[in-house]
Design a protein around this ligand. Structure first.
Ligand SMILES: O=C(O)CCC(=O)C(=O)O
Length: 310
């Protein structure tokens, strides 16, 4: 079947806008137009998500917020009770898949790829249960100001490499105008370990974000704004990590020069988001998409979990 037949009119319009705006160097305008188009197309759905229901908020008393000005919140291994179990689960997953990752070149991004499968999620429910826990959902909902959507999840391996390519270059993510990704270090991360590295939101100007979407920023330009030593590096022992708005904070990672890195990652996006549907385009080593079908096969502790997927 012709792929264009499976893409809705709205999505075709979004792809056209995306292509045209990126071609003329206005990527932020593309995201804004796509979001506006999606809001106009389904205003009731949008309004519904703008007012998170009381069950989504105020379910836990110990929520630490993600700063709206800075766009991130670092955490230590003891911050969430689930972290030690998550680290243990991801290490088991790595051991299970280790034999499959001897050749990194077969992955879309040889320096950063997902090894988590739906079957792994069944065996380690802690991963999805943490991503959908009250503490996480409250922090993300508070930051994004609406009921967010859990879009993807993965356990990402960064092999030792000497490249500076794709997401190893400073950039921002174009999935939405704002989003939250959570990274948990599964192994200790130190110098040469490819740490996730970023600038706070307040320093990521519109022009830098625009260049970041086009992946057109040299390290020197970033260093002029914030010297390398002051850039925020998610280093630390296993279980340390960050919640970060990767649409608003310039970032790079996986420059793993001497040590490989393993991180657990999940991603919440706004509704609507600016993601383009890509039927039939699954990439090797890409993240797992979180769908109702995927959640349906798991034993979840949050009875409201389905609110956070489409
Ligand atoms: O830590 C990394 O390799 C960077 C990942 C990244 O850019 C992203 O997930 O948006």
């Amino acid at each position: 079947m012709d792929i264009t037949n499976r893409i809705s009119l709205g999505d075709r319009l979004d792809r056209w806008v995306f292509k045209k705006c990126f071609r003329v160097g206005w990527p932020l305008l593309a995201l804004r137009l796509i979001l506006a188009r999606r809001i106009v197309w389904s205003p009731v759905t949008w309004l519904h998500h703008c007012w998170p229901t009381p069950t989504v908020t105020n379910t836990s008393s110990s929520v630490e917020s993600i700063s709206r000005r800075e766009g991130y919140r670092l955490f230590a291994p003891g911050t969430f009770v689930e972290l030690s179990e998550i680290v243990a689960a991801c290490r088991e997953i790595f051991n299970r898949h280790q034999a499959e990752i001897t050749d990194s070149t077969r992955f879309n991004k040889p320096y950063f790829y997902n090894i988590l499968t739906a079957e792994d999620l069944k065996q380690h429910p802690i991963l999805m249960n943490f991503a959908l826990s009250a503490a996480v959902i409250e922090a993300v909902t508070d930051y994004l100001g609406q009921t967010p959507r859990l879009h993807s999840i993965g356990v990402f391996y960064s092999a030792v490499n000497d490249s500076i390519d794709g997401s190893q270059m400073y950039h921002v993510d174009g999935d939405a105008l704002s989003q939250i990704k959570c990274f948990v270090n599964v192994w200790d991360v130190g110098a040469g370990g490819g740490a996730f590295t970023f600038l706070p939101k307040r320093l990521s100007s519109i022009s830098l974000r625009s260049k970041g979407l086009l992946k057109a920023i040299a390290d020197e330009e970033v260093a002029r704004l914030l010297p390398e030593a002051d850039q925020i590096k998610v280093v630390g022992s296993a279980g340390s990590g960050v919640f970060v708005d990767t649409s608003r904070c310039l970032h790079q990672g996986s420059r793993a020069r001497t040590h490989p890195r393993l991180v657990f990652q999940f991603q919440y996006v706004t509704r609507p988001d600016a993601l383009l549907t890509q039927p039939g385009r699954e990439v090797a080593g890409g993240h797992l998409l979180v769908t109702r079908q995927l959640l349906g096969g798991l034993s979840l502790t949050n009875p409201q979990a389905m609110q956070f997927v489409t």
